[in-house]
Unconditional design. Structure first.
Length: 468
């Protein structure tokens, strides 16, 4: 007789855990087949160890999440919350013997209120799904990570994610008004508000945004919305050096312009995009700057920015005439990371953010680091807010090249700190940047952060091993 996976023998600890979970969850919400659970072990980050989960749970209600946390607290079992696992820092990676708590089945949009300009959603709602739903009502949810077709609102909140439009509209944290959070012991807490204003007590809502599931499990979010802006128009400017492109960025921001998007692609990235998609981008360019405006007269704004680019040394400035041309230009930027992945097969995507005034120095320093380690490193950047993504391309099957890739990654983070920046602008800390978080915030800051963690999670069962 051949046993099925469900009938297979389980060790005593895991068996007890599964049995206890099943007292408050439907059988199809509890996954124990190792061939299935292993697929939940990690997110998309390189060089981040992942353990083997004991069980994967897919709750559909806040009450089921509470049940999971009560059992986890009673049995002292670690819990790793997950969304779509599109993260790039290892924040969603499993630890050995943990409960992976996948929130993707909690995917309802509960309310869209055009008067109050809010949406109330569960954590498993996909970013693009929400964006399209509010668009139909003439509203706009600005945060737009590159993975917006896959990533979930809960994951966006956990990592405080950003996107292309941050230069004008800001990041996820600025749109989270209130949360329902299940704490480590299973209690349900509400934070924040659904009003336009509110300053009652400590801002616990902001505390949870970017906490990577280490303080509690978000089960509902109240999100702020904006009126839908006009269709944006895009301009592309070609430069003969990265320094000239960064000078243009400084001129644009100093001039008081408020682009809806201001993105930069270096020579390596442009060539990779051309190789992947045959888009006909100028191979001679050293840097390509994309600027967009969604104002009532975007053509006039593009003309003004185009003049600033020319003054900074742009060799060619091409404004789009309509939305279709604009989308074609933006497609090149969206293909940047997939294109760089084809260079060597594996990438490490850094997330260093520096003051805009020092963006050129980061590009120059990254080029020196690439030369030193004999590696291809492409840089794409949300230039308008100084958030760069130096992307190290390497062969993961080559141990020496993998070592050099990791060393270059660390050197870029060190450079970012030297320039007055931060180790992460939107991807989070997770496992990948734990050591660097300690360097950035210092021993006193680290002590205070650990103290906060201890208040919300005294047993240390929520996403252990992440952040610090």
């Amino acid at each position: 007789m051949i046993m099925s996976r469900i009938e297979a023998p389980r060790d005593e600890v895991t068996g007890n855990l599964v049995d206890r979970l099943l007292t408050g969850l439907p059988a199809d919400a509890v996954l124990t087949d190792p061939d299935v659970t292993v697929s939940y072990a990690n997110d998309m980050a390189s060089f981040c160890p992942a353990g083997t989960p004991a069980v994967v749970v897919l709750p559909r209600t806040a009450e089921q999440v509470q049940h999971v946390m009560r059992i986890a607290t009673e049995l002292r079992v670690p819990v790793v919350p997950q969304g779509a696992r599109t993260g790039l820092s290892g924040a969603a990676n499993a630890s050995d013997g943990c409960i992976v708590l996948s929130l993707t089945k909690m995917d309802r949009i509960l309310e869209i209120n055009p008067v109050d300009r809010i949406a109330v959603v569960e954590p498993g709602v996909v970013n693009a799904t929400l964006s399209r739903a509010v668009d139909e009502l003439g509203l706009y949810y600005p945060p737009d990570p590159s993975s917006w077709e896959m990533c979930t609102i809960g994951g966006n909140i956990g990592t405080a994610s950003g996107g292309l439009c941050c230069v004008k509209y800001g990041v996820t944290a600025e749109y989270v008004l209130g949360l329902d959070v299940v704490l480590a012991d299973g209690r349900l807490m509400s934070t924040g508000r659904r009003t336009a204003k509110g300053v009652a007590g400590y801002d616990l809502t902001r505390l949870f945004v970017g906490s990577e599931g280490s303080l509690g499990i978000v089960v509902r979010a109240v999100l702020g919305l904006r009126p839908k802006p006009p269709e944006q128009l895009v301009l592309a400017a070609e430069f003969s050096s990265g320094a000239a492109a960064c000078d243009a960025v400084c001129r644009i921001m100093e001039g008081g312009h408020v682009p809806s998007l201001l993105e930069l692609m270096d020579r390596t990235t442009v060539k990779a995009v051309n190789a992947l998609a045959h888009m006909g981008l100028p191979e001679t360019t050293e840097a390509l700057l994309l600027a967009a405006f969604d104002t009532t007269d975007p053509a006039a704004d593009l003309a003004a920015v185009g003049a600033l680019c020319e003054a900074a040394g742009a060799t060619q400035v091409v404004p789009a005439d309509d939305a279709a041309e604009s989308e074609l230009l933006l497609q090149a930027r969206r293909l940047s990371l997939p294109a760089l992945e084809t260079v060597k097969g594996t990438t490490m995507i850094d997330d260093v953010c520096v003051p805009r005034s020092r963006l050129g120095e980061l590009l120059e320093g990254t080029e020196r680091i690439a030369d030193k380690h004999r590696l291809t490193i492409g840089v794409v950047a949300h230039a308008g807010d100084g958030n760069t993504h130096p992307t190290v391309c390497f062969d993961a099957a080559d141990p020496d090249e993998s070592r050099r890739a990791r060393e270059s990654f660390d050197e870029i983070m060190a450079l970012g700190l030297e320039l007055g920046g931060t180790i992460t602008g939107e991807h989070g800390v997770g496992v990948l940047k734990k050591e660097w978080l300690a360097r950035e915030i210092g021993p006193v800051g680290l002590e205070m952060q650990r103290a906060v963690k201890g208040v919300f999670d005294p047993l240390g069962i929520l996403n252990p091993g992440k952040l610090f």
